[in-house]
Design a protein around this ligand. Structure first.
Ligand SMILES: *[C@@H]1O[C@H](CO)[C@@H](O)[C@H](O)[C@H]1NC(C)=O
Ligand SMILES: *[C@@H]1O[C@H](CO)[C@@H](O)[C@H](O)[C@H]1NC(C)=O
Ligand SMILES: *[C@@H]1O[C@H](CO)[C@@H](O)[C@H](O)[C@H]1NC(C)=O
Ligand SMILES: *[C@@H]1O[C@H](CO)[C@@H](O)[C@H](O)[C@H]1NC(C)=O
Ligand SMILES: *[C@@H]1O[C@H](CO)[C@@H](O)[C@H](O)[C@H]1NC(C)=O
Ligand SMILES: *[C@@H]1O[C@H](CO)[C@@H](O)[C@H](O)[C@H]1NC(C)=O
Ligand SMILES: *[C@@H]1O[C@H](CO)[C@@H](O)[C@H](O)[C@H]1NC(C)=O
Ligand SMILES: [Cu+2]
Length: 582
């Protein structure tokens, strides 16, 4: 009897397994709303359906996600990027403006529609003109019925951290990339948030184990995070399961994620503080009165005291480089294509400070790069058509790629690759200079999608070019995206044409019309001669030979001074002196 029953049930179970993939649909009406998350300064923020914070998107591995976006901002364009999702076969749903889509202008609508086949902790945010720190950001969680850790915890908690600015990005960006700020000093956040608030109480039940999914959704600051009286066991970084590894404190750069297991105490005698603390090394000057910390509590008993966090003597975070992926994937050891990116910050002839890969600062092309791929036939494999300022790199199908990133800048930078996770096969300490080839590499390297490169240090990443698409590689400090620290990876463009030619949905084409963005041709929008880049968007010119950066800044200043007189001297005096570029 039991036998025949299970014979009967098995096909049903299989059938259910195949059909359980759901479609999770969200309608997002994006508009300005008022908020005051740190209690110190009410301001307009970008909300969804009249509310802020934004909804956490929660799906199960295998689900289809549909997000219908209507832009009701009135005065800014927008887009959504789903950070960390591979978008295999759906590159046009990745979200960066002028890369895989046109901007969604005010009044227009756009549908994101893709399936998710990877488990873990992600987030979504606008990928247009430094917009997400104005509030358009939230976690994106992918549950996994087959998680190797599912029996190890009882409940989960989603805990996003983020720096916070009292001023809007549009104004801050205009001042940041300006002759008034020749040193490129980044605006310093006004406060720190957890779950888009402060003094957060998280109820905890004695004896239970929690999967705590942490996300750094900030614009700039990395976060030290620790839980008093509780040890973390790291089980996931950026969507990659790891062998459970204990840590007392983690360091989470902008855009990184950590899932940790935290086992509650058996007694409800006390509540415990936890802290996110912004890494102030990133800030050129620390404003008086800045509190880099945000506090929350693991609350066992609401009636008991919520103690102030204890001051810690030194920040000694866990080193993520030593993590081992749970699947023990071995190092990709025969590299087909090595890309060396030397990054630096410098001034251009307009006197403002820019960021460069191999002396080129990124400028958004006139035509979204994906649309250049789809309209260029066999020429799509020729890097020249993608323009002079996109830092384009064309990859061949399935080659093993190595990116050597040398940080020729005294700041820390978190680098993110769209469409992939990468193996981190080498990472230097600070001041190590450029990478020198070495055999000392981990056999099962840590993989993630966002990695810190240390001041004047280097990092070496590897991945397989098995995901046709146009994928950005960029610093995830939003200031540095704006100042050009971006490269465009064009992966297997002919396969991408085979996947997506004539597949771009109507709403994607409509926002191009609505925003007057051309959808064919090279980076300059030239459809007849793909090698003629006349009229393309370019960076300001370089400082002429024989001039120093300081000299040109002084020159521009004196020219400007002739127009606006002494006011300029006042600005110059106000520009913070830069010691680090973050
Ligand atoms: C959180 O508590 C601190 C310390 O009491 C206080 O200064 C801050 O204003 C509080 N934040 C909010 C949003 O209430
Ligand atoms: C757009 O409108 C919002 C809300 O009124 C306002 O706070 C913001 O400064 C405006 N931004 C721009 C760039 O005009
Ligand atoms: C999403 O894409 C699927 C597969 O192409 C299609 O069947 C479905 O109609 C699309 N949904 C929407 C809302 O566009
Ligand atoms: C975070 O805030 C949301 C509301 O925006 C709430 O639903 C959620 O429970 C909060 N999470 C925690 C851990 O308190
Ligand atoms: C809580 O009690 C259980 C059962 O007695 C024990 O196995 C566990 O180690 C205790 N946990 C802690 C954190 O002390
Ligand atoms: C923030 O936390 C750190 C680490 O405990 C501490 O040294 C520092 O004094 C705190 N800052 C403020 C303003 O409370
Ligand atoms: C690349 O690899 C994938 C699977 O790993 C395979 O389906 C595809 O055909 C390969 N492409 C080429 C051009 O070899
Ligand atoms: Cu950076």
């Amino acid at each position: 009897m039991a036998m025949s029953l299970s014979n009967f049930l098995l096909p049903i179970a299989l059938f259910l397994a195949f059909t359980s993939a759901a479609t999770v649909t969200h309608d997002f009406d994006v508009s300005w709303v008022q908020a005051n998350p740190d209690g110190a300064h009410p301001r307009p923020v970008i909300g969804v359906n009249g509310k802020w914070p934004l909804p956490v998107i929660v799906v199960t591995k295998g689900d289809r996600v549909v997000v219908n976006v209507k832009n009701s901002l009135g005065n800014q364009s927008t887009s959504l990027h789903f950070h960390g999702l591979y978008q295999y076969g759906s590159n046009h749903m990745d979200g960066p403006v002028q890369v895989t889509q046109c901007p969604i202008p005010p009044g227009s609508s756009f549908t994101y529609n893709f399936t998710v086949d990877q488990p873990g902790t992600y987030w979504y945010h606008s990928h247009n003109k430094g917009q997400y720190p104005d509030g358009i950001r939230a976690p994106f969680i992918v549950h996994d019925p087959d998680s190797p850790f599912k029996d190890l915890y009882d409940e989960e908690i989603v805990l996003p951290f983020s720096d916070w600015y009292h001023d809007e990005m549009s104004g801050l960006l205009a001042d940041f990339i300006s002759i008034k700020n020749p040193s490129g000093a980044e605006p310093v956040p006004n406060s720190n948030l957890v779950n888009e608030t402060q003094n957060l109480s998280v109820s905890i039940k004695a004896g239970k184990t929690y999967l705590v999914r942490m996300v750094n959704m900030g614009a700039f600051a990395a976060q030290y995070v620790w839980f008093e009286g509780h040890t973390m066991r790291i089980v996931e970084v950026d969507g990659v399961y790891t062998e459970p590894t204990e840590a007392d404190m983690i360091y989470m750069t902008a855009a990184q994620r950590y899932s940790v297991l935290i086992t509650a105490k058996n007694s409800t005698d006390a509540n415990f503080a936890f802290v996110g603390s912004m890494d102030q090394d990133l800030f050129d000057a620390i404003p008086k009165g800045l509190n880099p910390n945000v506090t929350g509590w693991l609350v066992y008993d609401e009636k008991k005291e919520k103690p102030a966090p204890k001051e810690i003597a030194a920040f000694e975070p866990f080193d993520d480089f030593i993590l081992v992926p749970e699947d023990k994937q071995g190092i990709l050891d025969s590299v087909d294509h090595t890309i060396t990116l030397n990054m630096k910050m410098d001034n251009l002839a307009d006197g403002a400070n820019y960021a460069f890969f191999n002396d080129v600062t990124y400028v958004r092309p006139k035509v979204p790069t994906l649309y250049t791929v789809l309209s260029s036939g066999d020429q799509a494999t020729n890097p020249a058509i993608y323009g002079s300022n996109t830092n384009q790199i064309v990859l061949k199908a399935n080659e093993t790629v190595e990116i050597i990133l040398n940080n020729d800048d005294p700041g820390k930078h978190p680098f993110h690759l769209h469409g992939h996770e990468f193996q981190v096969v080498s990472r230097s300490e600070e001041e190590a200079g450029a990478y020198v080839a070495s055999d000392a590499m981990p056999p099962t390297p840590m993989r993630r999608d966002t990695i810190l490169v240390r001041p004047n240090g280097n990092v070496v990443l590897r991945f397989k070019a098995s995901n046709p698409g146009v994928w950005l590689f960029h610093c995830h400090i939003e200031w540095h995206v704006a100042s050009g620290l971006v490269a465009t990876i064009i992966e297997d463009p002919l396969a991408l044409q085979a996947q997506l030619s004539n597949q771009i949905p109507a709403s994607h084409m409509q926002v191009c019309k609505d925003s007057n963005t051309p959808t064919a041709g090279n980076a300059a929008g030239n459809t007849k001669d793909l090698f003629n880049l006349a009229g393309e968007r370019k960076a300001p010119s370089a400082i002429p030979a024989g001039f120093t950066a300081k000299g040109i800044v002084a020159l521009v200043f004196s020219t400007l001074a002739a127009f606006v007189g002494m006011a300029v001297i006042g600005w110059y005096g106000m520009a913070p002196i830069k010691s680090k570029s973050g």
